[in-house]
Ligand binder design. Structure first.
Ligand code: COA
Length: 260
């Protein structure tokens, strides 16, 4: 499918989705959120896609937030709908995506941009990246999962301070806060992310999907993560990947997973 606000490139089973509104610092308008939803939905069904990397176009921004021009005159009802639809279509969709999603944060990741990066399964930042949830400076609060995912990643006190001050932290501080896993030079970011994707793809994609589900269960209300783990562990024994992985180990050869 062709899109107006995002670019897609597939290379060696890695799909890179680039948010492409550089003149607006890749701010997420409604149309971009819809296109991202469609792109992820297609990627889910496409067996060629094993890992997704999400990034922003240009050298300045990953995503500088939700598009402020679109909601400045919203009523409380419209505001609630905006958050609910966005969370369902994109942020929770990405968080629960059955294939690994890596955010390659290449500059400003603010508001909805940081929320998108936090919805990804993990984050790598370029050394020029700046991250923050500045919503209270606009008189709103984060609405795309930021009040939940930021404390999960950095701890409650740091999240409180970041959200209350509306301040930005740089890439090294984000690393220290466990908000990102790695910091690399901007021109190495994509290659670095692809390198990690390459390591991931050597493993069973079915088992990885199950691991994502079990890890996420830890953060879901009313779900017992240990039970999810037991169930997913049990289910693994019925997969072709399990047969291949264990027989490859026992026969001292490299596994060639069918992904089933
Ligand atoms: N929504 C809509 N437009 C945005 C945007 C956003 N979140 N962030 C940036 N833009 C637009 C600017 O309005 C500007 O558009 P224009 O050239 O048509 O005037 C363009 O992107 C470039 O941004 P600009 O502010 O000129 O760049 P800068 O280098 O001076 O500042 C930032 C960069 C990121 C500090 C600044 O753009 C900013 O604070 N953005 C908003 C961040 C935010 O509050 N996000 C949370 C939203 S809930």
């Amino acid at each position: 499918m062709s899109y107006s606000n995002i670019l897609e490139e597939i290379d060696d089973n890695i799909l890179t989705i680039t948010i492409n509104r550089p003149q607006k610092l890749n701010a997420l308008n409604r149309e971009t959120i819809q296109e991202l939803h469609e792109a992820f939905k297609e990627a889910k069904a496409d067996d060629e896609v094993k890992v997704v990397i999400i990034t922003g176009s240009g050298e300045k921004a990953f995503v500088a937030g939700a598009d402020i021009s679109e909601f400045s005159d919203f009523s409380p009802k419209e505001g609630k709908k905006l958050a609910a639809e966005g969370q369902e279509k994109l942020f929770n969709y990405v968080a629960n995506f059955p294939k690994p999603v890596i955010a390659a944060v290449n500059g400003f990741a603010l508001g909805g941009g940081l929320e998108l990066a936090m919805a990804a399964h993990f984050r790598i930042a370029s050394d020029n990246a700046k991250m923050g949830l500045p919503e209270v400076s606009l008189g709103v609060i984060p609405g795309y999962g930021g009040t939940q995912r930021l404390p999960q990643l950095v701890g409650k006190g740091r999240a409180m301070e970041m959200i209350m001050t509306a301040g930005m932290i740089d890439a090294n501080q984000a690393l220290q806060y466990n908000l990102v896993n790695h910091v690399v030079a901007l021109d190495e970011l994509q290659e670095f992310a692809e390198g990690i994707a390459g390591k991931i793809m050597k493993n069973s994609s079915v088992a990885i999907g199950a691991a994502i589900k079990a890890i996420n269960a830890n953060y879901e209300d009313g779900v017992n993560g240990f039970e999810t783990e037991i169930n997913e562990f049990g289910r693994s024994f019925g997969t072709e990947d399990f047969k291949e992985g264990t027989s490859a180990f026992l026969n001292k050869r490299k596994a060639d997973f069918p992904g089933k």
